[in-house]
Design a protein around this ligand. Structure first.
Ligand code: NDP
Length: 457
């Protein structure tokens, strides 16, 4: 911490530093959580100076301590009859604006640090959408790769057998994230219904269209990221047409970011999975990627057997060496470091919009901002998914379904609002042009004001 707070009075600096020191002390070894807090606190000095009441009421101190963190055992039986044990988590970080809301991640790297960094960022992202939702996140260190459908189902059933105690349509509403898509949400929902009886569609979002899901939820994070990118580009009179674009990952967010980018004329030349990346100089054929990733559950390297003009390269992080004007990190945290940022800048990068959560390291963020690259931070650029999840909750409450175009129009408007609010907050607090700070501040102010009104809780 330090870079962005150096112009502020030493008392504010000391206060913010002491808050950060407490976070480190109280959450030892949780590097991703520390990183997310660090990036957030870098934007806070002018806000704290202009609103002494936040300090007086310990708003930051309270925000940084989750309201609740549940960790639980998830035993399940694999196809060989062997008992397996995983760990499940749910962090209920902040409920000031509404029920806790945030996805579930199934990936072998999941631990309390990952869940807390995601849950913390979710508070501000959800606030930015303007919807009445608080921040939460959950998941498990279960690795879905190579598991049979029945193993996935048994795992999901065991996971929900514990999780159901803590969720509810007015309490906490989970959704998908890495490793949790429509299939997993279906199994989780089925088990919840079996345990509780009755039908409560509002307890999860990302459901199938046939049983309470919203049209355009699957597409929402990727599409929303491109809508945000359009706003960024148009601030300099630019557009996507003909721009060489690189998108990391080939999961839910990446695929629909590629789809909307292509629809708007971008030439997407590369995408990846955790094994490596493909380059197709004539433009990625998205139907092939969808077939491999969404239908066959295969690896991205299979693409070159269908399109021999494309090339496959081992190692996913080198994708940032592919020359492009637009980069969309849509895979995972810390996938774009300072060296990658330097390479991208050297190759003529104009803009980045973060589809993944915290995909850029803090050094990379500083470098990109210092080099005047248009930068759409995750909290703002990937908020489209949770925004449409909130629209799914609204449709469930009203027992009706909006058309694809209705939801897509609302999504576009929400992304435009988020952009405008972030630009305005950055300007008001002396960070003009820095949307990392703008998104942090716009989201924080909405939560902080409501926290003041609700008393010390
Ligand atoms: P998916 O599981 O659908 O896809 C993840 C993609 O990223 C896969 O291609 C995966 O490759 C790749 N990946 C995962 N880990 C790594 C790694 N360590 N290195 C390189 N590639 C990796 O997840 P989503 O698309 O849903 O999520 C992607 C990101 O977007 C995450 O950061 C998530 O938190 C964020 N996000 C998701 C939202 C949503 O609505 N789904 C909403 C907002 C943010 P492989 O197949 O090899 O594992």
């Amino acid at each position: 911490m330090s870079k962005l707070i150096q112009d502020h009075t030493s008392t504010t600096e000391t206060y913010i530093q002491s808050i950060y020191d407490t976070v480190i002390k109280r959450n030892p070894g949780e590097q991703e959580f520390h990183q997310a807090v660090n990036e957030f606190l870098e934007s806070m000095a002018p806000v704290i100076e202009q609103h002494p009441e936040y300090r007086q009421h310990a708003v930051l101190e309270r925000l940084l301590e989750p309201e609740r963190l549940v960790s639980f055992r998830v035993p399940w039986v694999d196809d060989h009859g062997q008992v397996q044990v995983n760990r499940g988590f749910r962090v209920q970080f902040n409920s000031t604006l509404g029920p806790y809301k945030g996805g579930l991640r199934f990936h072998e790297t999941v631990n309390s640090s990952i869940i807390k960094f995601l849950g913390f960022e979710q508070i501000f992202k959800n606030a930015l959408t303007g919807q009445p939702i608080g921040g939460g996140k959950g998941g498990s260190d279960f690795d879905p790769k190579g598991k049979s459908d029945m193993e996935i189902m048994r795992f999901c059933q065991s996971f929900m057998t514990e999780l159901y105690k803590y969720i509810g349509s007015d309490v906490d509403v989970p959704a998908g994230d890495i490793g949790v898509g429509g299939r997993e949400i279906g199994y989780l929902f089925g088990q919840y219904k079996r345990i509780r009886g009755g039908n409560e569609p509002g307890i999860l979002t990302g459901k199938g269209i046939g049983y309470g899901g919203s049209l355009a939820r699957t597409e929402a994070t990727g599409y929303g990221c491109i809508y945000f990118l359009q706003e960024l580009l148009s601030s300099r009179g630019l557009h996507l047409q003909g721009r060489r674009t690189v998108v990391s990952g080939s999961g839910n967010v990446s695929i629909f970011a590629m789809e909307k980018a292509q629809e708007l004329g971008a030439i997407v030349v590369a995408c990846s999975d955790s094994g490596g990346y493909i380059v197709d100089p004539n433009g990625i054929k998205l139907d092939t990627v969808k077939q491999i990733k969404l239908v066959e559950g295969g690896r991205i390297r299979d693409y070159v057997t269908h399109h021999p003009e494309a090339s496959y390269h081992y190692g996913s992080t080198d994708i940032w060496s592919v020359p492009c004007e637009i980069a969309l990190p849509c895979a995972t945290q810390n996938e774009l470091d300072a060296a990658a940022a330097r390479r991208l800048i050297g190759n003529g990068l104009i803009a980045i919009a973060e589809g993944a959560n915290m995909p850029s390291t803090l050094d990379a963020v500083h470098l990109l901002l210092d080099n005047d690259i248009l930068f759409g931070p995750a909290k703002a650029a990937n908020a489209g998914g949770v925004a449409v999840s909130a629209l799914e909750m609204a449709q469930n409450s009203m027992r009706l379904s909006w058309s694809f175009d209705e939801v897509d129009d609302k999504l576009k408007q929400i992304m435009q609002h988020i952009y405008r609010d972030s630009v305005q907050a950055a300007k008001t607090y002396g960070f003009e042009g820095n949307l990392v700070a703008g998104a942090n501040i716009a989201g924080f102010r909405r939560v902080a004001e409501a926290m003041l009104q609700q008393g010390i809780i």
